[in-house]
Design a protein around this ligand. Structure first.
Ligand SMILES: Cc1cc2nc3c(=O)[nH]c(=O)nc-3n(C[C@H](O)[C@H](O)[C@H](O)COP(=O)(O)OP(=O)(O)OC[C@H]3O[C@@H](n4cnc5c(N)ncnc54)[C@H](O)[C@@H]3O)c2cc1C
Length: 413
């Protein structure tokens, strides 16, 4: 039996920030950090392709979805100034890219983890890795954490276990299960910031990258449009601009709604040459008909697009196996339309495995938004991705994880 003032469960972004703050306020000897994996901060190391996009200079509320009360409560306390102050106190230098994304100055996610780990060591916080919790129960004024190893009796407990996205990095929803067993229910979960599997599958497109524009069309209306790199796979589409549209695509696939409103049909349209309007494209294709007259039609786009992508587009328009000179004006119109509006139908899959973020979670019906404490179990706090808050791609999710961890710890009496 081990007694402690504050137990933080989960050593990811939010748990590390919570443990540091709790230890700075109450003394490190009063804090224990329990992590089920063999090492702390594994997901943090994988963020931003190993560079850790820690926040964004434009970190306002419009980049967040889910429980508005919780979003406001966390971001009102923790803006960009507070994030910079927190990391500066750990010795971490930051740098901003041209789009306002913040990274560690070293460009290495390991710097973020090293600085946080160093502060925990200075504060002498007890860190237990490989700690598997069986249950949590309220008893009198304490919470009992039961594991195979031992029982921990904590006066306060901060849940920071992440949710369901990328379970191979630790967030396998076991934390939410512990909460459910204690009577605290999340809203339904769905993946966000994920690749999307589509009905149309093109083996030849595996690994192809193109600069373009992705639009999400719902019941005939364009709901979102993003320009940037599109990555194709043999199963569907990925890449930053698709990621930025994936939340609403996944919401539709899970509930048949977008932003809570029922929708009948959703499709993804890729514009593969967004800098050219249809007229300019038709003019260009007509010139290519002459330039590549004796070549197979699969070469008609060889001066403009990736070879495999061109071949797939030409095949889709059923103009393959001909020479360029033989294609008609009508064929050219169809090809131009295909380049500007290459359509994909998303299909439902269990893509939490490849998602970076999980939408849904514990909301303000279960916790007090101003303290992040459970309404049912006193002195039990919840932070990070376990909460019903998710952000856009670009540093917003880590910003919220750090801010909510710090907020939970600051509210412990
Ligand atoms: C590949 C990838 C790249 C990303 N890149 C970025 C980025 O650049 N910028 C950005 O803003 N966001 C990024 N994200 C999202 C961001 O990493 C998460 O939103 C953030 O890490 C959530 O923090 P968290 O502390 O809530 O959960 P996590 O970071 O998931 O940490 C939860 C921790 O709790 C532990 N745990 C789970 N269950 C238990 C249990 N039962 N008992 C004990 N411990 C438990 C886990 O092992 C884990 O260490 C990325 C995500 C992924 C997967």
């Amino acid at each position: 039996m081990y007694q402690i003032k504050i137990a933080v469960i989960g050593a990811g972004a939010s748990g590390l920030a919570a443990a540091i703050t709790a230890a700075e306020r109450s003394g490190g000897k009063n804090v224990i950090l329990l992590e089920k994996q063999a090492k702390i901060g594994r997901k943090l190391l994988a963020t931003g392709n190993g560079r850790c996009n820690i926040s964004n200079m434009n970190s306002d509320k419009s980049h967040y979805y889910g429980d508005k009360e919780i979003i406001s409560s966390v971001l009102d306390d923790f803006g960009i100034k507070e994030l910079k102050r927190f990391f500066s106190s750990l010795g971490l230098l930051l740098r901003e890219d041209s789009e306002g994304r913040l990274y560690p100055y070293s460009n290495q996610a390991s710097s973020v983890l090293d600085c946080m780990r160093n502060r925990l060591a200075q504060l002498e916080v007890n860190i237990r890795c490989g700690f598997l919790i069986k249950s949590i129960k309220r008893k009198n004024n304490s919470i009992i954490i039961d594991s195979d190893e031992e029982k921990i009796i904590a006066e306060n407990i901060i849940f920071a276990c992440g949710s369901k996205a990328s379970p191979s990095l630790g967030s396998d929803s076991s934390g939410l299960e512990l909460l459910k067993n204690a009577g605290i229910e999340p809203t339904p979960l769905f993946p966000s910031l994920s690749p999307v599997e589509t009905k149309e599958k093109y083996k030849a497109l595996k690994g192809v990258r193109a600069k373009g524009k992705i639009s999400v069309i719902c019941d005939g209306k364009k709901l979102r449009e993003k320009q940037g790199e599109i990555q194709f796979s043999d199963k569907g589409i990925s890449g930053i601009c698709l990621f930025e549209c994936s939340r609403l695509i996944n919401e539709y696939l899970t509930f048949n709604t977008v932003f809570g409103k029922h929708r009948n049909k959703l499709c993804i349209s890729a514009d593969l040459m967004p800098e050219y309007n249809e007229k300019e494209l038709i003019r260009y294709l007509r010139s290519c008909r002459k330039t590549f007259a004796e070549q197979n039609t699969s070469d008609i786009l060889s001066g403009a697009l990736n070879k495999n992508l061109s071949a797939v587009l030409v095949k889709n328009c059923r103009i393959e196996k001909r020479n360029c000179r033989d294609i008609t004006d009508d064929d050219i119109y169809i090809l131009a339309e295909k380049i500007k509006n290459f359509c994909f139908t998303p299909v439902k899959t269990d893509n939490f495995r490849s998602a970076q973020v999980c939408a849904g979670g514990i909301g303000s019906d279960e916790i007090y938004a101003d303290s992040l404490m459970s309404r049912k179990i006193r002195n039990l706090y919840i932070c990070g991705e376990m909460l019903n808050v998710d952000g856009d791609c670009g540093g917003y999710n880590l910003h919220f994880a750090f801010g909510s961890g710090i907020k939970a710890a600051n509210n412990i009496k």
